[in-house]
Design a protein around this ligand. Structure first.
Ligand SMILES: Cc1cc2nc3c(=O)[nH]c(=O)nc-3n(C[C@H](O)[C@H](O)[C@H](O)COP(=O)(O)OP(=O)(O)OC[C@H]3O[C@@H](n4cnc5c(N)ncnc54)[C@H](O)[C@@H]3O)c2cc1C
Length: 319
């Protein structure tokens, strides 16, 4: 039986949750099209983590245990994947569109001449078992359907948070694979590691999202967020320009939200952005343009200048 692999991303033994959501989606596809779902986990002291993957949809796990794999590095992770792919010839490999997932999948695609669907928000196969994904495309104005044409393995990166983690029963075979080559990276050595403070807003109940209408001044958005107990999010241009961390960018190349409440300040509503808010329960947008496309995605649409309405709202909330 051909295999769908899911790259299970970990960092010092902690599994990245979006990989588990992808495992569940892979299981759905595997059951529909007759593929076996395999979690591929590289790391150090990861046997325990490998054994949990059956619960999230894996029918088999390949894990490679080495101190040189404890933290992601492109050189060794790629070499291991190159070797595994030649050995087992998977049909499909799925990655979370995290920094590491994007980095690794791109190099594998070039090495094997594979089709790579980037940042998909939906995934399926056509009747010739080619991978088909939905991607916000052409500047974000349409949801494009893209397909891998007859390349194997075929690859996709999936926007983090798009697929919910699911729980499955059944057997899962866990195999420790030992490559017969030196795993120590030759070109790069990590000398020191400093953890930044990274925030995961994909599970936040309430989020205030600042768009370009703020002009990069996040003071009002932060204050409003603090007063209502919400996290801060931003549209991509604000992250691109360095006004905020990429961790809190909402949209197809950022995170997808499932919040109860999203308040959006000065964002136009490009599809690359709205794909990240489509699962929010209540969306309130404030925009000075009465025709801004975000209106279509909002439960409440307030036509106003944020620099007028938000200070008043803050004053009210401060009582
Ligand atoms: C491959 C690709 C991936 C992308 N991924 C993402 C992604 O993940 N997330 C993302 O956000 N974007 C993404 N984009 C970019 C996306 O297409 C849009 O360009 C972006 O979302 C626009 O950001 P914005 O709405 O903040 O800015 P703009 O489109 O410039 O909109 C600003 C809005 O603010 C309003 N405004 C201005 N001043 C005020 C004021 N004082 N008060 C009230 N309203 C005001 C304006 O009327 C306007 O509607 C991607 C693009 C590409 C090509």
């Amino acid at each position: 039986m051909e295999e769908i692999w899911v790259f299970i991303e970990q960092d010092e033994g902690i599994i990245e949750e979006s990989s588990l959501g992808i495992l569940g989606k892979a299981r759905e596809l595997g059951e529909k099209y007759g593929f076996k779902v395999v979690g591929v986990l590289l790391g150090y002291n990861i046997r325990g983590a490998a054994e949990t993957l059956g619960r999230f949809g894996a029918e088999k796990v390949y894990y490679i245990n080495s101190e040189h794999l404890s933290i992601y590095n492109n050189e060794t992770y790629f070499r291991v994947f190159e070797w595994l792919i030649q050995k087992y010839k998977p049909n499909t490999i799925l990655f979370s569109a995290t920094r590491n997932g994007r980095d690794l999948s791109g190099r594998i695609a070039v090495r094997f001449g594979s089709g790579l669907l980037a940042h998909v928000i939906e995934l399926d196969y056509d009747d010739e078992y080619n991978l088909v994904g939905k991607v916000p495309g052409f500047g974000g104005n349409i949801a494009a359907v893209v397909r891998c044409i007859k390349s194997r393995p075929q690859l996709a990166t999936i926007t983090p948070g798009v697929f919910d983690v699911q729980v499955f029963g059944g057997e899962c075979k866990v195999e420790n694979i030992e490559p017969r080559f030196d795993l120590e990276p030759k070109r790069m050595k990590i000398v020191m590691r400093e953890r930044g403070v990274s925030i995961d807003i994909s599970k936040s109940e309430k989020v205030v999202i600042a768009g370009m209408g703020t002009g990069g001044d996040l003071g009002l958005a932060k204050k409003l967020a603090q007063l209502i107990g919400a996290e801060l999010g931003v549209t991509r241009p604000l992250a691109d320009m360095g006004f905020a961390s990429r961790d809190i960018q909402v949209g197809s190349t950022g995170v997808s939200l499932k919040s109860r409440l999203a308040i959006i300040l000065g964002a136009s509503g490009a599809p690359h952005f709205t794909s990240g808010i489509r699962d929010c329960d209540i969306v309130i947008s404030i925009n000075k343009d009465p025709e801004a496309p975000i209106k279509e995605y909002s439960d409440y649409f307030i036509v106003s200048d944020i620099f007028e309405v938000i200070p008043r709202l803050i004053k009210l909330l401060e009582g």
